[in-house]
Design a protein around this ligand. Structure first.
Ligand SMILES: C[S@@+](CC[C@H](N)C(=O)[O-])C[C@H]1O[C@@H](n2cnc3c(N)ncnc32)[C@H](O)[C@@H]1O
Length: 285
């Protein structure tokens, strides 16, 4: 076990993880100050979110926020496009944060007659997105379902690194909710901390993971970057089955140099299927 892992474990246990996270935020801000200023000078027309929102949802590196977001948006469209034509569709980014990915979709989908939406539980992210990102309809949801959409609204939903910050109960609740707001034959792409992240686990967490069960690290606000969870493949299969989904694709994450380190799962709401976990009726947020 490395010293870093042990320190992080002790900080979480003693309730000091929030404090160490705000220290990390300050250190990252100081380290990236020059590079971020250079990005602002070179991109005067790009609306940039406040620093904490960028840090909390990704890293306090505006170049990475913008260009990794663009790469991920392209990658996401290509990946979902293998299963559903991205034309004339209604698309939702669930857990969109300060629009790192979804901000690029209106341009990438130009001329394809698509409707793009984003939803997040963080009111500051949603307020910033509404004020700064054109071409996307944003909604606020609660930390628990429902989303602000009626049953069968979307053809495709993606959630990048959102399940990775949720409790076991919320995994079930959100899978059911995503099922509910998808149209029949709609697809969902969700990313998870799969086997690529096993090295990160403590010995007793590895045993849970290897047993095919979800590992969660709480003692932090659910949904925040400091609340983390790790999803072995058998857990995801059970989760999908209970929600009524068919699994179209499971792509294991690769090492840092590859396109995506998290696992990607693509699910389909096959026409006529019902869910054990979806509840009927939309909310308003
Ligand atoms: C690691 S960030 C990823 C943000 C964005 N998907 C991206 O790739 O840049 C996790 C995001 O999930 C959001 N989130 C956490 N719990 C949520 C929930 N229950 N519903 C919607 N969004 C949630 C957080 O506010 C945050 O924006």
């Amino acid at each position: 076990m490395t010293a870093k892992k042990l320190i992080s474990f002790l900080l979480r246990g003693s309730g000091l993880l929030g404090l160490s996270d705000s220290l990390k935020y300050r250190v990252q801000g100081a380290r990236m100050r020059g590079a971020n200023r250079a990005f602002f000078r070179a991109h005067p027309g790009v609306a940039v979110p406040p620093p904490y929102l960028v840090y909390e949802s990704y890293a306090l590196d505006y170049r990475a926020y913008y260009y990794d977001g663009l790469d991920t948006a392209r990658f996401m469209l290509a990946t979902m496009g293998r299963h559903k034509e991205m034309r004339g569709v209604s698309l939702l980014d669930w857990g969109c944060g300060p629009a790192r990915v979804v901000r690029h979709l209106p341009e990438l989908l130009a001329g394809r007659d698509c409707r793009v939406s984003g939803s997040d539980y963080n009111p500051e992210s949603v307020a910033w997105c509404r004020a700064n990102i054109p071409g996307v309809a944003f909604s606020l949801n609660g930390s628990e379902p429902p989303l602000a959409y009626t049953d069968g609204t979307h053809d495709a939903i993606y959630g990048i690194s959102v399940l990775t910050h949720l409790s076991p109960q919320q995994h079930q609740a959100w899978m059911g909710e995503i099922f509910r707001v998808l149209k029949p034959d709609g697809i969902a792409l969700l990313s998870t901390h799969g086997a690529e992240f096993r090295f990160n686990l403590m010995p007793w967490e590895k045993r849970v993971f290897d047993n095919g069960d979800l590992v969660t690290r709480g003692n932090a606000k659910e949904g925040h970057r400091t609340y983390t969870s790790f999803q072995p493949a058998p857990f995801m299969h059970r989760l999908a089955r209970a929600a009524g989904f068919e699994i179209l694709e499971h792509r294991e994450g690769g090492p840092r140099s590859q396109e995506f380190t998290q696992d990607l799962w693509i699910f389909k709401k096959s026409a006529g299927k019902t869910s054990l976990t979806a509840e009927s009726g939309a909310g308003s947020a």
